[in-house]
Design a protein around this ligand. Structure first.
Ligand SMILES: Cc1ncc(COP(=O)(O)O)c(C=O)c1O
Length: 365
């Protein structure tokens, strides 16, 4: 099978292939960075959707202060590739992971999010034995009811414990407002998002009243960055998937400021009177959270994905595409699609300009 090559024509690529439209992608990076910058926030894009050190480097070259990771193994990969500042925005609880995290501090700043006092002593001990210091953000539950300690007094007690623990350095707070993303109308979403941000800022104030400096307050995903990014006191935004944008962000979360840059190139491998089948099923694409859509055509509607078949209905009155025709599918949700692929093939003016490895795929520990 021929691998994609730099300079190759889009029409000559074997399918399925995950594509990035470079013009749109670069415009998204500029938009996310300048929004942060214009509003006095730092940009620490979440890398869970790209899992690619090459893209992480590119984002830092375009103004990001570092990146956010969801897994310790992803953070390790990023450190190996020279990324110097990482927020591990997820909880780890095992001694082996504490030891790895402590060792990583020798090569980069890897800030850990914690939400339970039970980890404080053991994490501190790991840092002491590695002769390093682990920087800490406390993660608050600001309404998502996933992870995070209760804002207010409980957060204060945890912050005091961190400050009192050798080997740990308290740096601030984080929260993810995932519960507000698909609230509508927009005024209700704005109100819910600001309410969530208030919980972070009120806890920051409480800590400061108690003499604890809060340097970082981190929040903000792609689905709400334009609201959380206006909230006073938030210092950095984690919006990351927005570099790709996808159909979910646009249609379900109503993000209008970014361009849909991520598609899968696929081929019609079978057709009947009322539907076509593409060579991209759920091992290539995903309909988790949001289904894929065919780019620039209105003759097809998503039907379902089986392992290696993507089935699209031909809309009434339409002829549909021919057998062997190549189509581009807008990705439904980038997070549930990119990790199925070995690399991003980045195109401009119909030709391959860059190929970026998704070397973090499979890193789930
Ligand atoms: C901790 C955290 N921060 C930020 C985000 C937002 O990520 P994105 O901007 O890629 O939607 C998420 C999404 O799940 C998250 O879990």
């Amino acid at each position: 099978m021929k691998s994609p090559n730099i300079g190759q024509d889009l029409a000559e690529l074997e399918t399925p292939t995950l594509l990035i439209d470079l013009d749109l992608f670069e415009s998204n990076i500029r938009q996310l960075y300048s929004f942060c910058n214009d509003n006095g926030k730092a940009w620490r894009p979440h890398s869970k959707a790209n899992k690619s050190p090459e893209i992480a480097r590119l984002l830092i070259d375009h103004g990001a202060i570092g990146i956010t990771c969801a897994k310790l193994s992803e953070a390790e990969l990023m450190v190996e590739h020279g990324i110097q500042s990482i927020l591990l925005a997820n909880q780890i609880v095992s001694p082996g992971k504490f030891a790895t995290l402590a060792q990583l501090q020798r090569r980069a700043e890897v800030i850990a999010a914690i939400d339970n006092i039970a980890v404080v002593k053991a994490m501190g001990a790991a840092a002491i034995s590695a002769k390093t210091t682990i920087p800490i953000l406390i993660e608050l539950d600001i309404g998502l009811k996933r992870v995070g300690i209760e804002p207010g007094e409980k957060t204060l007690a945890l912050a005091k414990a961190v400050c009192g623990q050798d080997g740990l350095e308290f740096r601030g707070l984080m929260g993810y407002e995932g519960h507000v993303l698909n609230i509508s109308p927009p005024a209700d979403k704005q109100a819910a998002c600001h309410q969530a941000m208030d919980l972070l800022i009120q806890s920051k104030a409480l800590l400061e009243e108690n003499g604890i400096e809060v340097e970082i307050v981190s929040a903000g995903g792609t689905g709400s960055y334009e609201i959380s990014g206006l909230h006073e006191g938030i210092t950095e935004l984690q919006a990351g998937g927005g570099i790709f944008m996808d159909a979910m962000y646009r249609q379900a979360l109503h993000v209008e400021s970014l361009e849909q840059a991520l598609t899968v190139l696929a081929t019609v491998t079978s057709r009947s009177t009322d539907h076509v089948v593409l060579d991209a099923g759920f091992k290539t694409l995903s309909s988790y959270h949001h289904p894929p859509e065919v780019l620039d055509r209105d003759d097809l509607s998503f039907s379902y994905l089986s392992a290696e078949h993507g089935v699209f209905a031909i809309n009434p009155g339409c002829d549909g595409p021919a057998l062997g025709e190549q189509l581009r599918l807008l990705v439904g949700y980038s997070d549930s699609t990119t990790f199925l692929h070995d690399h991003f093939v980045a195109i401009r003016n119909g030709r391959v300009e860059k190929i970026w490895d998704i070397s973090g795929r499979g890193l789930i520990r």
